[in-house]
Write a protein that binds this ligand. Structure first.
Ligand code: ASP
Ligand code: MG
Length: 403
C-alpha cells in the first residue's frame, strides 16, 4: 500500500473499451489500498488532428493559441476517464493541469515545469479520491495555459510522482517494456528487466519511442523509479532506475532516428574561428546541432558537416546560404535521406572493441558510414536512410544474438 502514480498514453484511452480497461487497472490499484493519481494523454491521434485543424486555418498560428487548442485533447480524456471510473462506482475527481498546480515557464509549446503546488492533489487524496490529471499542460505566470512539448504527459506523471514522493510511477503503454530494439522490426529484440536512467535517457533521445526524454531527465533528478509496462497483460515491465543490473549485456539497445538531416558547408577557409562563426549563427537561431565532422584542411580550405533535426534543415540551409559570403564558403548542401543508428549501454565504457564490433556488422552488410559520434555509453553512426532498418537488425544481431 502506498501512493502510486499511473500514466496512460493516448492509445490506451483511444475509445470507450480502452477507457473502461484503463478504469479497471486504476480501480484495482485503488482497491488494493493504494492512493492513486493518474495522468492521461489525449485520446489516440487527437493531438495530431488538432494540429491539422489549426494548420487548415493558419500555418503560422501563435504558440500561445496552439497551446489553448492542444490542451483540449487532455481535457476530453480526463473527463471521459473519470466518467468510466464513476461507472465502476469509485470516488474520482478530474483536474486540469492548472488545477493540479502545474506552474510552468512561459515558453508556449515547450514549457518547463517550475513547481507543482500540490495542495489540491493532497486534499483530493486525503478524501480518498482517485485523481485524474490532464497530462502535458500547465499554467504560466501570465495565467496562460501552456504545454510541455510533444509526449509531455510522461513528464507530467514523473513530476507528480516527485512532488508527492510517490512510491511508484508506472507508465502504461502499448508495449510491455523497454526492448533492445523495436520489437515490431527486430524479431530477436529482448525485453529488459531493468535499465539505468542514463541509458534510458540516451535511448529516448536517440529514437526509442517509449519514454519522453525530459521525463527520464526528471526521474533521474528526483530519483523517481519508473516502471514501463503494458495496460493489457499483467506481466512485469521494465524498471528504470539509478543502478540497473547488467544482465551480462554489453549494450542495452539499438535505435534508429530518421528525423535527421545532414548539412555540409563546403570550402570554408582553414583558419581559426570558422566553426565558431558557423555554429554561432545557428546558436543564435536556437538550432540544436548533433554530430559534427570537420575534414582535414587541404589547399587552405576545409568542409564542415553536421546533423540537425529534419524540421530545422530548411532554416539552417537558408541561414548558412545567407551567410556564405561572411563565412567565405563555396556552397551549402543538405541531405535528408539519412538516418542515425545508435547503440547504447553502460557496459561499453569498460569493454574495448565495442565500436569495432558495430562497424564490423555494418561492413559485413555493405553499409557505408557517413559520420560517427561517441560518448561514454553510446555510439552513433549516420548512414543512408534506406539502409537503416537493415543496419539496426545487423548491429542488434552482432551484440544480442538471440536465444
Ligand atoms: N497529447 C500530447 C501529445 O500527443 C502529449 C502526450 O501524448 O504525452 O504529444
Ligand atoms: Mg499523445
Amino acid at each position: 500500500m502506498g501512493l502510486i502514480v499511473q500514466k496512460f498514453g493516448g492509445s490506451s484511452v483511444a475509445d470507450a473499451t480502452g477507457l473502461m480497461n484503463v478504469a479497471r487497472v486504476i480501480t484495482d490499484t485503488y482497491k488494493a489500498g493504494n492512493d492513486v493519481v493518474v495522468v492521461v494523454s489525449a485520446q489516440g491521434d487527437t493531438t495530431d488532428n488538432l494540429i491539422d485543424k489549426a494548420k487548415e486555418i493558419n500555418e503560422k498560428a501563435s504558440l500561445r493559441e496552439m497551446d489553448v487548442l492542444l490542451t483540449a485533447g487532455e481535457q476530453i480524456s480526463i473527463a471521459l476517464l473519470a466518467m468510466a471510473i464513476e461507472k465502476l462506482d469509485y470516488p474520482v475527481t478530474s483536474l486540469l493541469g492548472w488545477q493540479a498546480g502545474f506552474e510552468t515557464d512561459s515558453h508556449y509549446g515547450r514549457a518547463r515545469i517550475k513547481t507543482i503546488r500540490a495542495e489540491r492533489l493532497k486534499m483530493e487524496l486525503n478524501k480518498r479520491n482517485i485523481v485524474i490529471v490532464a497530462g502535458f499542460q500547465g499554467i504560466c505566470k501570465y495565467d496562460d495555459i501552456t504545454t510541455l512539448g510533444r509526449g509531455g504527459s510522461d513528464t507530467s506523471a514523473v513530476a507528480i510522482a516527485a512532488a508527492l514522493g510517490a512510491d511508484k510511477c508506472q507508465i502504461f503503454t502499448d508495449v510491455d517494456g523497454i526492448y533492445t530494439a523495436d520489437p515490431r522490426k527486430v524479431e530477436a529484440a529482448q525485453k529488459l528487466a531493468e535499465i539505468s536512467y542514463d541509458e534510458m535517457l540516451e535511448l529516448a533521445t536517440l529514437g526509442a519511442q517509449v519514454l519522453n526524454n525530459r521525463s527520464v531527465e526528471m526521474a533521474k533528478k528526483y530519483n523517481v523509479e519508473l516502471e514501463v509496462l503494458s495496460n493489457q497483460n499483467k506481466i512485469p515491465g521494465t524498471l528504470v532506475k539509478e543502478a540497473a543490473i547488467l544482465e551480462k549485456m554489453l549494450i542495452r539497445g539499438v535505435t534508429k532516428d530518421a528525423n535527421v538531416a545532414r548539412i555540409s558547408i563546403i570550402g570554408v577557409p582553414d583558419v581559426p574561428g570558422i566553426a565558431f562563426k558557423i555554429f554561432g549563427k545557428l546558436a543564435a537561431r536556437n538550432v540544436n546541432v548533433d554530430i559534427i565532422l570537420q575534414s582535414i584542411g587541404r589547399d587552405g580550405t576545409k568542409d564542415i558537416a553536421f546533423t540537425v533535426s529534419k524540421e530545422k534543415a530548411e532554416e539552417v540551409l537558408e541561414t548558412l546560404n545567407d551567410s556564405l559570403d561572411f563565412l567565405s564558403g563555396k556552397e551549402v548542401l543538405c541531405d535528408t535521406d539519412v538516418a542515425k543508428v545508435s547503440i547504447v549501454g553502460a557496459g561499453m565504457e569498460t569493454h574495448p572493441g565495442t565500436a569495432s564490433k558495430m562497424f564490423g556488422a555494418l561492413f559485413e552488410n555493405d553499409i557505408n558510414i557517413q559520420m560517427i559520434s561517441t560518448s561514454e555509453i553510446k555510439i552513433s553512426v549516420l548512414i543512408d536512410v534506406e539502409d537503416a532498418d537493415r543496419a539496426v537488425a545487423a548491429v542488434h544481431k552482432a551484440f544480442i544474438p538471440g536465444k
